[in-house]
Design a protein around this ligand. Structure first.
Ligand code: SF4
Length: 310
């Protein structure tokens, strides 16, 4: 029986204990709005998170969810998607979680091109553990809670995602919820590994990249601009044209280094390529027809497998 969906269908009744004014609220709302706009029933969605403030996101969603270990949102999401290709699978986590301890998983998920969406809450700090510098905080920056300025270069997640092979790459801003929800809906609709870096304010520990800072540049203008407003075209129109692929990647990387007075948001790069599931299904046709979870294994002869493992 079809269930009537509304925005509340995606909200759990778990008490939310994020700090007042945290940008996480905007991302949570945007995820709920995106799922509702796509009319994906909550029981068809599974959300995986790592450790950090953002790791609590699945608690606040009325979907299947798994709050995993530090940096492990992506591998668990990968396992779930391979087991049940019919699920809409999201991984969520912070920049410390995904670009620090989880960086190996982040890179290889791009190479794999599994059909899932990875949303990273990027606030430049480890909020849950009192504001240490995360991998995206640039060298020489000192937030209020750091004893000294950082010594390490900041990591560029968009450029890293381009190099890793993600087939949909976007950046959003947590406090522009409507625009962010539209980007997330595009990411979920994309067939392949979709990556979203979301600039998120942490009013408790990052006193530099605040709402006021994003909204008011040195001449009073918003620092955030939308790529599409400049005529930017992120789409690779012919995936078999290596020159077009390279040109699109180079332009996306160039834009990803804009920071300060002008910060681009929107879709940076998009290409259609066969997904991991497509490739796997070609090699194992039985996996292409049904999710593994629905394949009856009772009459399978597993003796050859056991022998091979001996
Ligand atoms: Fe949000 Fe920062 Fe508070 Fe964590 S510490 S809930 S990121 S404001």
């Amino acid at each position: 029986m079809a269930v009537k969906l509304d925005l509340k269908s995606y909200k759990s009744d778990v008490h939310n204990n994020w700090c007042p004014g945290c940008g996480d609220f905007g991302i949570l709302n945007a995820i709920q709005m995106a799922l509702f706009s796509l009319k994906i029933e909550p029981h068809r969605v599974a959300v995986f998170s790592g450790i950090g403030c953002s790791g609590k996101t699945p608690h606040y969603l009325n979907t299947y969810s798994f709050h995993t270990l530090h940096g492990r949102a992506v591998p668990t999401a990968t396992g779930a998607k391979i087991a049940n290709k019919d699920l809409t699978v999201l991984a969520v986590g912070g920049d410390g979680d995904g670009y620090g301890i989880g960086s190996g998983y982040f890179v290889n998920a791009g190479r794999r091109n599994l059909d899932f969406t990875y949303i990273v809450f990027n606030n430049g700090v480890y909020g849950l553990t009192k504001g240490q510098a995360s991998p995206t905080l640039a060298k020489g920056i000192k937030t209020r809670h750091l004893p000294e300025a950082t010594l390490l270069e900041g990591l560029n997640p968009i450029a890293l995602a381009i190099g890793a092979g993600y087939t949909f790459i976007a950046r959003g801003y947590a406090l522009d919820v409507r625009y962010l929800s539209n980007l997330i809906a595009q990411a979920i609709s994309h067939k392949g590994s979709a990556f979203m870096d979301v600039l998120q304010t942490c009013p408790t520990y990052n006193d530099l990249y605040t709402k006021e800072w994003f909204d008011h540049g040195s001449e009073g203008q918003s620092r955030i601009y939308k790529l599409e407003d400049t005529g930017y075209d992120p789409i690779v129109h012919d995936a078999n044209d290596p020159q077009e692929v390279i040109d699109k990647k180079l332009e996306a990387v160039r834009r990803s280094y804009e920071w300060g007075e002008q910060i681009p948001v929107g879709v940076y790069y998009k290409i259609d390529r066969p997904t991991y599931e497509d490739e796997l299904g070609r090699r194992r046709p039985s996996l292409a027809t049904k999710p593994i979870t629905e394949i009856d294994l009772n009459d399978r002869d597993i003796e050859p497998l056991c022998n091979a493992l001996r």
